[in-house]
Ligand binder design. Structure first.
Ligand code: ZN
Length: 411
């Protein structure tokens, strides 16, 4: 995406003093005079910042302000041990609340709404971000935190909550519970602000239908404030992000060069106003694209498409990049299938093969179904996989995240 003049100005301004304030960037850009950068092209020559760099700065090595200006920290849990600590100044906290309030406004939330917040409070950025945005907007926050479904439903009814903030899996659990108890008519829910996980169309539709609410997807990551840097609008066609606070590049996953708008790649974010821990060209490893053109809603804020996957889950096969989500979307078109599936990649007789395992009940013809699925997958990704239909209950299930892609090609 072309850098706006005001974005370039904000970047140049922060580059004047960044190395003096931040030991992290003084080291990272030791051989580069960033105060001389004056164009997008020069900016694009700068090295990236990756999560591993942030982890190496543990605990407070990312701080770009003196200790007395740090008002709070948040932390993202690493899957690999050392967490990342992000320091926030009072201005950062306030900016984040401003962005989050904008998200609620985009979703049509007003000061008259009662917002039930179910994401967790604590070191990570979820609950407190949702709450600060509600307070900034002037709506009523009902800060439940996660779990205790009994109490959630009691408050939802007694307080007549109009907005539910939740992860997709928790929203689904609540929706199922509400349906089971037949209490939908006693509730006042109108909207759901749903974030922080990847989720399929099938799940969205179920939540939407069972709760009878409009759903908005919120985007964000702890390293860059937290959730609230963007949200989908009423037209549900991508996530508007706040380009006065962040500059977004989409990188080719092989060359790491920025790609034109409309093409898929890795989201890379530079913060424009952050004081506590500014991030320059931070690789999110989330895969999406910029949706070209303006949105029907009239908002001038640019749009990211929904996240199709993580660059770490990308499957390279037959010269194309495939994301598990693309396969999942095809499978979602078949009501005969359960929500479980498994993708296995192997190397047989000199060529790569993709096998997709899906489940159904005995009422259907397994071979016919396999043929139809293979056909649909081919039109979505460009090659034909081997599809194996199995009996319901055969595929592994797990409480935690189920491993759905198994790559046996390099074993
Ligand atoms: Zn829009």
């Amino acid at each position: 995406m072309e850098m706006k003049p005001e974005q370039l100005a904000a970047i140049c301004e922060q580059f004047k003093t960044l190395k003096g304030k931040s030991l992290f960037y003084a080291r990272k850009f030791a051989d580069i005079d960033i105060s001389k950068i004056k164009s997008q092209e020069e900016f694009e020559q700068l090295p990236f910042t990756d999560k591993a760099d942030l982890r190496d700065a543990y605990p407070l090595g990312l701080a770009a302000v003196p200790e007395e200006k740090i008002a709070r920290i948040h932390s993202s849990s690493g899957t690999t041990g050392t967490p990342v600590i992000i320091p926030y100044t009072n201005k950062d906290i306030d900016d984040w609340a401003t962005m989050f309030a904008r998200c609620y406004e985009m979703a049509g939330v007003t000061p008259k709404d009662r917002v039930q917040i179910t994401p967790g409070y604590g070191l990570w950025t979820a609950g407190i971000g949702f709450q600060a945005g509600v307070e900034k907007l002037g709506a009523m926050a009902i800060p439940m935190g996660p779990g205790n479904t009994e109490k959630q439903l009691k408050f939802m009814e007694d307080m007549q909550s109009t907005v539910l903030c939740a992860t997709s899996s928790y929203a689904l659990l609540l929706a199922e519970e509400i349906e089971k108890r037949g209490i939908k008519d006693r509730l006042a829910l109108k909207k759901g602000v749903i974030g922080s996980e990847r989720w399929g169309e099938k799940m969205r539709n179920r939540i939407r239908r069972e709760l009878g609410i409009q759903i908005y997807d919120i985007y964000g990551l702890t390293e860059i404030y937290g959730p609230g840097i963007g949200i989908s609008c009423d037209y549900d066609c991508g996530i508007h992000y706040w380009d006065d606070y962040i500059y977004v590049e989409i990188l080719d996953t092989d060359t790491l060069k920025p790609v034109p708008d409309g093409e898929y790649g890795e989201i890379c974010i530079t913060t424009l106003q952050k004081e506590g821990a500014p991030l320059i060209r931070f690789r999110t490893h989330d895969i999406s694209r910029i949706i070209p053109g303006e949105c029907e809603c009239g908002s001038k804020f640019p749009r990211l498409d929904s996240i199709v996957g993580r660059s770490d889950d990308m499957i390279k096969i037959h010269g194309v990049n495939v994301f598990p989500k693309q396969i999942e979307e095809v499978l979602a078109k078949f009501p005969q299938l359960s929500s479980e599936y498994q993708i296995r990649l192997s190397h047989l007789d000199g060529r790569d093969t993709m096998r997709i395992y899906v489940e159904t009940t005995g009422e259907y013809d397994f071979l016919e179904l396999a043929k139809d699925i293979a056909h649909e997958v081919k039109s979505a990704v460009g090659f034909t996989p081997l599809v194996k239909v199995v009996e319901l209950g055969i595929l592994p299930r797990s409480e935690k995240k189920t491993k759905r892609v198994i790559d046996e090609r390099f074993e």
